[in-house]
Design a protein around this ligand. Sequence first.
Ligand SMILES: Cc1cc2nc3c(=O)[nH]c(=O)nc-3n(C[C@H](O)[C@H](O)[C@H](O)COP(=O)(O)OP(=O)(O)OC[C@H]3O[C@@H](n4cnc5c(N)ncnc54)[C@H](O)[C@@H]3O)c2cc1C
Length: 391
Amino acid sequence: MDVALSKDDRAFAEQMREFFITEIPSDIRERLARGEHATRDEIVTSQRIMNAHGLAVPHWPVEWGGRDWSPIQRHLWAEQMTLAHVPTPIVFNTAMVGPVIATFGSQELKERFLPATANADIWWSQGFSEPNAGSDLASLKTTAVRDGDTYVVNGQKTWTTYAQYGDWIFCLVRTDPAAQKQRGISFLLIDMRAPGVTVRPIRLIDGGVEVNEVFFENVVVPADQLVGEENKGWTYAKFLLGNERTSNAGVGIVKNRIARVKRLAGPLLDDPLFRARLTRLEVETIALEMSVLRVLAREASLPPGTPDPVSSVLKLRGSELQQEASELLVDVLGPSALAYRESTAVPDGFDPLPEGAVDALPTYFNWRKASIYAGSNEVQRQIIAKAILKF
Ligand SMILES: Cc1cc2nc3c(=O)[nH]c(=O)nc-3n(C[C@H](O)[C@H](O)[C@H](O)COP(=O)(O)OP(=O)(O)OC[C@H]3O[C@@H](n4cnc5c(N)ncnc54)[C@H](O)[C@@H]3O)c2cc1C
């Protein structure tokens, strides 16, 4: 990748690296480097440090804290952040609702929400999926019925990531049940502390609680918390999902996992079959990185708010490579990957477990999610077939 970078780009990357390794507390970065998850407070702390330096939301409009950076600079910012093991700013804030409000929201909504969203003073959750509306999102049934200056919301969302931390939730709601599916949906901002909102956790296969169900029972929402126009929510959702898929390429995540694989591989590195597997993963990661840069460069030439179906390719390939890297890590660790956290005390005469061993298998299981969320990979293939290959 470095061969494609100009001298200025390399200097920029170095400036970012320097910032991340000096300003973000090392205890946070060391934990993430071992493969552990960032806590809520660690994510908020790092985002606030970045925001104080004007580095939390560089892809937003400049007047709302964005930077007039090239796509390559934006990419280098994200890459150096991941490589320095800095928690990514809250994706629901920075990559999802922030750009939607900045592009489609009223001036009042922008002033009310964007500064707090950039600074992680609000933790946003994403209320799109429902029990019978995941891939077929436009079938969603949560209703918002207009009543004077308010909407009354009833229904259920599911798989809501980190809703246990959520202060506010941006929801797709049905405002016109008579209209054709996509045409009756609106984009509504809801205070999760409002009466009638209930969050129920879902336990995952890795043992963690990362996703939740969110119930709405006669929740009264001021009508001025509608983003854009009523019944135009599907347009805003497509814009958001396009951004989400570009950010889900996760090149830095794959690179970090490959680096850990190399640190742990030892004599396996001399095995030609292993080397071939590792090299193929590395080459495909570089190819993905080049594609990310191309998509970002194209994005600059599209009118604001235009969804780019090529982002589906990045989501599809990125999630596959993230999963491959997590599988390789488990394979390299061999039996050590089966270690339980409780058994990490090392008896006399035994070597300690390799770095990150206890997190490798939970990470492998946890990362099965990557081919499901942000639109499953089968659905990405449908989008690619229809919108790009024109089948
Ligand atoms: C860890 C995790 C976090 C998530 N976080 C959030 C969140 O914060 N907010 C939110 O709103 N949602 C979230 N989601 C939900 C996610 O977007 C949905 O799970 C996803 O869209 C798939 O929907 P579904 O689970 O209902 O599966 P279904 O749509 O029921 O799909 C089941 C299977 O059928 C396949 N399938 C469905 N339709 C087609 C088709 N037309 N052609 C071919 N195959 C098809 C799918 O690929 C899948 O394999 C999260 C999901 C996960 C796993």
